[in-house]
Design a protein around this ligand. Structure first.
Ligand code: FES
Ligand code: FE2
Length: 344
């Protein structure tokens, strides 16, 4: 059985990556061709000509208005994947068709549905509204990971690693030292992991971006909706400050850290990351700092997970892991992912 759930929505790209040019990305082992049509909609079809399999993203394949012309023998397809011309004959075979993928552009992401298209319900796509909210400023990127996506899920569900792998950037001793609480919403299929640290050193990532001096209250509230969307609601405030009973939280700085975890293949992953803040709105210096810092932190994870993938790929059969309290979120995520795999 594959470890990648099908019949699911996955982030294939940022909307900003796709213009009126051919763009290709592999999602869950499927090579997909994208472009933005003249009316602004993103179209997604298999990146494989029905004639002799030539990739339609590969030059000299090209886009002519809203039609893609295969660079091998000229089969031509419209934005809906219908073949509209073949060379040397006027009759177009009835089966000459690229089956379009369901696509939804939402919260700055382009989501595609992988699996049985009849099951694609756009309302099931989890939301990350901060990424397009005028009340937030967002920086974002994507790093390729040469490791299976489940290693990134493990990594993000257990932030105790910040203390060790990201020491001096976002990690301080209090993160690993503070226990977590884990809860699973079985109905919605969401894993929640919380760590509220009442008195911690402020790591450079937050000290420089917020301007807070001295020790802080640092709250981390994770919401993971398998398989693809991970949210970390991060709250940074002076020690002793708590939100009011009405939720007002004027002394705090809020950062919404969003990851889209998209399998490229069984052993590689697209690691989309976004950092949306509700302070220093539009401040370019803060944006540059957060973008560079977060990318550095993501690359520290990428380096570690690339090594882990090799360890797993070459270890003898029967090797065991050992789990402790910090792993409850990761274990819950694995269970939900297994459930999704079994259902697909
Ligand atoms: S492979 Fe595309 S037209 Fe022949
Ligand atoms: Fe990390």
């Amino acid at each position: 059985m594959t470890s990648i759930p099908r019949d699911q929505w996955y982030v294939a790209a940022y909307g900003a990556e796709i213009g009126h040019d051919l763009f290709t990305r592999t999602v869950c082992g499927e090579s997909i061709l994208f472009w933005r049509t003249r009316d602004g909609a993103v179209t997604a079809v298999p990146d494989r000509c029905v004639h002799r399999r030539f990739p339609l993203s590969q030059a000299p394949s090209r886009l002519v208005d809203d039609q893609v012309v295969c660079g091998y023998h000229g089969f031509t397809y419209d934005a809906g994947g219908r073949c509209v011309a073949v060379p040397g004959q006027s009759r177009i075979p009835r089966t000459a068709r690229l089956l379009p993928y369901p696509v939804v552009e939402q919260d700055s992401f382009v989501w595609v549905f992988i699996g049985d298209r009849a099951k694609a319900e756009a309302s099931r796509i989890p939301r990350a509204p901060w990424l397009v909210s005028p009340d937030h400023t967002t920086v974002a990127g994507m790093e390729p990971l040469r490791a299976r996506y489940s290693l990134l899920v493990d990594n993000l569900l257990d932030l105790s690693h910040e203390t060790y792998l990201h020491g001096g950037y976002i990690g301080t001793p209090e993160v690993a030292a503070t226990p977590i609480t884990t809860a699973v919403d079985e109905q919605a299929g969401i894993v929640h992991v919380s760590r509220h640290i009442d008195d911690a050193e402020c790591p450079p990532f937050y000290a420089k971006s917020t301007g807070l001096r001295g020790r802080i209250a640092r709250w981390q509230d994770i919401e993971y909706t398998p398989p693809c969307l991970y949210l970390l609601h991060s709250r940074i405030a002076p020690v002793g400050s708590v939100p009011g009973p009405d939720g007002a939280d004027p002394d705090a700085f809020h950062v919404e850290v969003v990851y889209a975890i998209t399998p490229e293949t069984e052993h590689s992953t697209h690691d989309f990351w976004c950092v949306a803040r509700d302070f220093a709105l539009g401040d370019e210096e803060v944006s540059t700092f957060l973008a560079e810092s977060n990318r550095t932190v993501v690359l520290q994870d990428v380096e570690a997970l690339n090594v882990l993938e090799q360890v797993i790929a070459t270890e003898p059969a029967g090797c065991q892991e050992l789990s402790i309290n910090i792993d409850t979120g990761g274990l819950a995520a694995r269970r939900l992912l297994q459930r999704l795999c079994a259902a697909s």
